[in-house]
Design a protein around this ligand. Structure first.
Ligand SMILES: Nc1ncnc2c1ncn2[C@@H]1O[C@H](COP(=O)(O)OP(=O)(O)OP(=O)(O)O)[C@@H](O)[C@H]1O
Ligand SMILES: [Mg+2]
Length: 303
């Protein structure tokens, strides 16, 4: 860890190398993978706890929905699933009940807006990929069908890079890493990116800087991280956006209303809206792309 910290500090003054292979450029320029039906599966992750992953996943889902997309939000933080709490909901059943054969998928899904459905996570699921039992095929087929009927599937993950989280990240078509300007968070974000790229060297990874105070500090987070990723992992990450520290966001959490609904014009909401717009533009580009990937669930089931 110390090595990575000093590495990142050394990289702070480095500028972005200009040369990059055509293949890498294509993969980094927003031509993300998609499923056969065009669903983009975006896993939201980060090396540390409490850095804003769930808030980004929930609010980004709502903003993508507001742009006319059908969105499924999967709460895959099974230890501390809380996307429902952030929305002021307390669903009785979750994905664990589906896997246990107690409920059907349609009975656990809750709508958090007219365009956004939430699959609540819950305890009792250790590893999505290793679900056993007779119903396994049926459940994955159901989940896949749901995925096919959405434009975006966002997946909120637990902090860190435990094996069960890694399986989800590798099955998603792209990964959004959340990082704050804290040095420890930066190092943890780098460690997360390193593990993902070791297993999937072409996985599109982008960065959202959260909870920053000064603009310069936020930009530095991306430059430092991207320089380190380029120099030591021979890859690059895309810059997706930055969300300032905003007391409205903490207030919205306390009120259990997503901030884009609680205070639509506060700086954090406006920043999240910009991230959603960027994703939406990439979606238009993707329609012309001929890259075809397996569904998230199919990939996960076969992993
Ligand atoms: N941009 C921001 N401005 C102000 N406060 C923020 C911001 N982002 C996050 N927070 C604070 O951080 C808290 C944790 O956010 P969140 O639950 O989204 O983090 P997380 O990374 O999902 O945490 P965990 O790893 O526990 O799942 C929020 O309740 C909020 O108080
Ligand atoms: Mg969370």
């Amino acid at each position: 860890m110390n090595d990575q910290a000093s590495t990142l500090r050394t990289m702070a003054s480095n500028t972005m190398p200009m040369e990059i292979s055509a293949e890498k450029q294509r993969l980094q320029s927003g031509i993300f993978g998609k499923t056969q039906t065009g669903t983009r599966c975006i896993a939201v992750t980060g090396g540390k706890g409490g850095i804003g992953k769930s808030n980004l996943a929930v609010n980004l889902s709502l903003e993508l929905g507001a742009l006319g997309n059908r969105v499924t939000l999967l709460d895959a933080d099974f230890g501390l699933a809380n996307a429902d709490i952030l929305c002021g909901l307390a669903p009785k059943y979750h994905l664990g009940h589906v896997f246990a054969g107690i409920k059907g998928l349609d009975e656990v899904v809750v709508n958090i807006s007219d365009k956004v459905s939430l699959i609540p996570g819950g305890s009792g699921i250790e590893d999505l990929a290793n679900i056993s039992g007779n119903a396994r095929e049926y459940i994955f087929a159901e989940l896949q069908l749901m995925e096919e009927n959405t434009d975006f599937m966002l997946i909120d993950t637990a902090a860190g890079i435990a094996e069960n989280v890694l399986g989800v990240l590798l099955s998603a078509s792209e990964v959004v890493v959340v990082a704050t300007p804290e040095p420890t968070c930066l190092v943890d974000a780098y460690a997360t990116i390193k593990v993902i790229l070791r297993h999937a060297p072409t996985k599109p990874i982008s960065l959202v800087v959260n909870n920053f105070v000064g603009m310069a500090e936020a930009k530095q987070v991306y430059q430092q991280l991207n320089s380190a990723v380029y120099c030591f992992l021979s890859s690059q990450i895309e810059f997706l956006g930055m969300i300032p520290h905003d007391s409205m966001l903490s207030e919205a959490v306390r009120e259990q209303v997503p901030v884009v609904q609680y205070a639509p014009d506060c700086p954090a909401s406006r920043a999240i809206r910009l991230v959603a717009k960027q994703f939406n533009q990439q979606k238009q580009k993707d329609r012309d792309s001929r890259i075809q990937l397996q569904s998230f669930w199919e990939t996960l089931a076969n992993s």
